[in-house]
Design a protein around this ligand. Structure first.
Ligand code: NDP
Ligand code: NDP
Length: 294
């Protein structure tokens, strides 16, 4: 949710009954502080910060999170053993994002409070194993007793009911909110999301860091380079710096890196976050009522 989930979206989701998260990965430290302060002013409900552990200024981010009194942190893309006990010693609830059983076990050993199990369908950074949400949740449940939040491919109340049936305690949703009114993404990116069909995204750049991208001109260049057996250095040079910002924040639909999940094929309209939350809840309730015993 980098470049999409700032204080506006996080506070709107929290005010509508969800747990809004500020995506810190794309924020310089002073920007993160500003977003936390604005989020605190915009909601009296709980909210959290999503912090990719590979972020370059991680110590500064963590210091700000503690100083500003944030109570919930979602970590990802790094070993949870490094920061979990420190965050917890400051009274912070820690949730870590994983995409396979190996990392789920590491989360348990590190003492995190809950995990997000994110399947292959998800947008942006993703696991190498390509395990779908439908397979990941029961597999992780076999090895890990932590509360589990399912992610990847969830874009409706029906899908929330499906992951709950698999044993998840909650659902994390990105793509629907990336296209919400309060998302800080560029309007062209939001419009693009509403136009996507199934098959319009692909897990790319597996040689570097696997990331699900919209198949635009930049994606095609990556594809050609990969077919020509480009080295990691050549792919890194092609990727360059700041491509995600160029695409999702600055609105360059051709040369930017456009990260969105497979479920974007069902997103046809840009809506306020509160409306999305309301529809998710009512669809979930309808869905579980319609299910009948066999
Ligand atoms: P890699 O798969 O390239 O892993 C690099 C090394 O870092 C691993 O070998 C492992 O160390 C360690 N590591 C990485 N992620 C985790 C983790 N979640 N738990 C424990 N150890 C970890 O890392 P990627 O950057 O490709 O992404 C890893 C996961 O993080 C993905 O599955 C993705 O779902 C998630 N992610 C979430 C983001 C978000 O929500 N903001 C952003 C980026 C990624 P070791 O060798 O010791 O096992
Ligand atoms: P790049 O290295 O290509 O570019 C860095 C980008 O991050 C720039 O746009 C820069 O903004 C911004 N930025 C914010 N804080 C810093 C900082 N302290 N130092 C340098 N740059 C900073 O990285 P990406 O755009 O691919 O990724 C940025 C972050 O987002 C990473 O932390 C990564 O883990 C996370 N990420 C998470 C994903 C997810 O799925 N949740 C997916 C992809 C990335 P500016 O241009 O204004 O200098």
């Amino acid at each position: 949710m980098i470049w999409c989930s700032g204080w506006r979206l996080a506070s709107a989701v929290s005010n509508a009954g969800g747990l809004g998260l500020i995506g810190a990965g794309s924020m310089y430290p002073d920007v993160l502080r500003e977003h936390i302060q604005k989020c605190k002013a915009a909601t009296d409900k709980p909210f959290g910060v999503n912090l990719p552990l590979l972020y370059p200024s991680i110590e500064e981010h963590i210091a700000i999170i503690i100083e500003e009194g944030v109570k919930i942190v979602f970590t990802s893309a790094g070993n949870p053993a490094k920061w979990t006990s420190y965050l917890k010693s400051h009274g912070i609830t820690v949730v870590h994002v994983i995409a396979n059983t190996k990392f789920a076990i590491k989360c348990q050993e590190a003492g995190v409070d809950a995990i997000v199990a994110e399947g292959f369908e998800a947008g942006g950074h993703n696991g190498r194993e390509e395990t779908t949400t439908l397979c990941l949740i029961p597999t992780v449940k076999e090895v890990c007793s932590l509360p589990l939040i399912a992610a990847g491919g969830i874009g409706s109340g029906n899908a929330i009911a499906a992951v709950m049936a698999l044993g998840a305690e909650g659902a994390q949703i990105g793509s629907l909110f990336a296209a919400s009114e309060e998302s800080s993404a560029h309007p062209e990116f939001k419009k693009k999301i509403t136009e996507l069909k199934d098959g319009d995204t692909e897990l790319s750049l597996k040689q570097l860091t696997p990331v699900r991208l919209i198949k635009n001109e930049f994606y095609q260049k990556v594809k050609i380079a990969e077919h020509q057996c480009a080295s990691s250095e050549e792919l890194q040079a092609l990727l360059g710096r700041g491509r995600a910002k160029k695409g999702m924040f600055e609105g360059d639909m051709n040369e930017g890196e456009l990260e969105i999940g497979q479920i974007s094929s069902t997103i046809h309209q840009i809506k306020p976050a509160a409306q999305i939350m309301g529809e998710l809840i009512s669809d979930y309730n309808n869905s579980i009522q319609q299910l009948k015993p066999l």
